[in-house]
Design a protein around this ligand. Structure first.
Ligand code: FES
Length: 113
């Protein structure tokens, strides 16, 4: 089973599991601030579930690419929308600052909460 390491925790999930669901189910703070309450619940439209992922995941789908091409996101950043991403192997996840997770500083890293 793939292992997901995020915010100081390592959890297991099924191959193909939705990353947003895995993180939320395991109490990992996917959303920053008010985006905990104001988000699209995983339909790929709000962009607040953006994270950086190291390791094998599904290819970028059109929703993920489209939303991250819109400000304040930028297609130049190596972020992904957790709600549009399936876990395919052991991965490490980092969350960045600001409402959409588009900031330059990390909020948490794979190892640090
Ligand atoms: S939860 Fe809104 S884009 Fe992922």
């Amino acid at each position: 089973m793939p292992k997901v390491t995020a915010q100081g925790k390592t959890v297991e999930c099924e191959s193909g599991a939705n990353l947003r669901k895995v993180l939320l189910k395991n109490g990992i703070d996917l959303y920053n601030g008010q985006s905990k309450l104001i988000n699209c619940r995983g339909i790929g439209s709000c962009g607040t579930c953006a994270v950086r992922i190291e390791g094998p995941v599904s290819v970028v789908n059109w929703r993920d690419r489209a939303r991250r091409s819109f400000p304040p996101h930028s297609s130049e950043r190596d972020l992904r929308l957790a709600c549009q991403t399936q876990v395919l192997g052991d991965i490490r996840v980092t969350k960045y600052t600001k409402f959409w997770g588009q900031g330059a500083e990390s909020v948490w890293t794979p190892e640090d909460a």
